[in-house]
Design a protein. Structure first.
Length: 381
């Protein structure tokens, strides 16, 4: 089978690429008898996708084919933050973002038996109870704001629940992880953060530069998140976060999701053991109530890795030409962890964490309950 890297993978899957902690577990609701690697029945991917990387697509809108839905259900996934709208490239960022939201809304209506749109933490619990997949609408670039912070209200009313301030380069809100100046938030960025707080939308600092992340965490009146990242103390690459960033986000009640990406190992060839090592470091820095997963990938896996390798070099070249690549991505580095993919990825991670000595309660927190607590703080129950 010929494999082409679609726009979803190109732009997002290659993201090269204490209020919450005080909420009692009982408020999260009783769990049904398991279909999940988590005893609570809740697995939340803080940044991922529903799509089939074996099929051509030029859209970030989810692909809800029978295989994709079957794989998602088999994985035990409860909810996933899916990237919509503008990330990079030509076209009007505002228009592209509105179009993606409308198209995804239509898919949710068409597949109401399998998916639901998430507005509050209660919707994540409802997805678990109804054995559906909750779709959390999110952005990975603030470019659709233009110069008008009140557009936050527009997108919040359309159901966008996660707003990542920057991608890898700088934008009008602040500097991304690959911006050499590392200047922090702009005045407009601070204005947008305030609007996001007022509209109860998550402020996501994945891809941000260190100063942007630290400043946003300090000025935000609500806890903030880093939905998909690694730990720079373990692997020193710009897409990974320093202990200072991780610690501040946690101290202010936020959430940190560890990705399944090449940046977890200096060679670029990350393995499942690297995912566990970064989770373990994040838990040691942030505490077990603030760490989860944001895989930055799909549940459905690529079938033909050889064909995939044949096209990867071209896609990396295009990312570099577009100015959106990050240090650590190369033609020989997969934007996923080879031995932690497919419908068993969450179950395999749970087993590896258990072998590391993690208790079932801690594993449940990492797989989904920590994100749910954080969501309840920001969005409401």
């Amino acid at each position: 089978m010929t494999t082409r890297i679609d726009r979803r993978t190109f732009l997002t899957g290659m993201t090269w690429a204490a209020a919450a902690s005080m909420l009692p577990v009982e408020t999260l609701g009783a769990a049904p008898q398991g279909r999940s690697a988590a005893g609570s029945g809740i697995i939340v991917n803080a940044l991922g996708a529903l799509g089939d990387p074996n099929r051509d697509s030029d859209s970030l809108v989810p692909t809800l084919s029978p295989r994709v839905l079957a794989d998602a259900h088999a994985s035990g996934l409860t909810a996933v933050n899916v990237t919509l709208g503008y990330v990079s490239g030509p076209g009007d960022p505002f228009e592209a973002s509105v179009r993606d939201i409308a198209a995804t809304d239509a898919l949710v209506r068409e597949h109401a038996g399998d998916v639901l749109k998430v507005f509050t933490a209660a919707d994540i619990r409802r997805a678990r109870d109804e054995q559906k997949i909750g779709l959390i609408y999110g952005f990975q670039n603030g470019a659709m704001m233009g110069k008008d912070a009140t557009r936050v209200d527009v997108f919040a009313n359309l159901g966008v629940r996660v707003f990542q301030l920057t991608y890898n380069p700088a934008n009008l809100l602040g500097d991304g992880s690959m911006a050499p100046e590392n200047r922090g938030l702009t005045p407009f960025g601070r204005e947008v953060v305030a609007r996001l707080n007022a509209c109860r939308v998550m402020v996501d600092l994945s891809h941000s530069g260190e100063h942007t992340c630290l400043e946003a965490a300090r000025v935000s009146t609500a806890p903030v998140s880093i939905n998909h990242t690694g730990c720079r103390a373990v692997t020193d690459l710009p897409r990974n976060k320093t202990d200072a960033e991780l610690r501040l986000v946690a101290e202010r009640g936020g959430f940190v999701g560890i990705y399944f990406m090449p940046f977890l190992h200096a060679s670029g060839h990350a393995r499942a053991d690297d995912v566990v090592a970064h989770i373990d470091h994040a838990v040691n820095v942030c505490g077990e109530d603030h760490v989860g997963i944001g895989t930055d990938g799909t549940v459905t896996q690529i079938d033909d890795l050889q064909a995939y390798q044949a096209t990867l070099a071209k896609e990396i070249q295009e990312r570099r030409k577009a100015g959106i690549s990050a240090a650590g991505e190369r033609p020989d580095t997969y934007p996923f962890v080879v031995d932690l993919r497919g419908p068993q990825q969450f179950h395999e991670l749970a087993q590896r964490l258990a072998r590391k000595g993690y208790t079932s309660g801690r594993i449940e927190k990492i797989l989904g309950l920590n994100f749910l607590r954080y969501a309840q703080t920001v969005w409401g129950s």
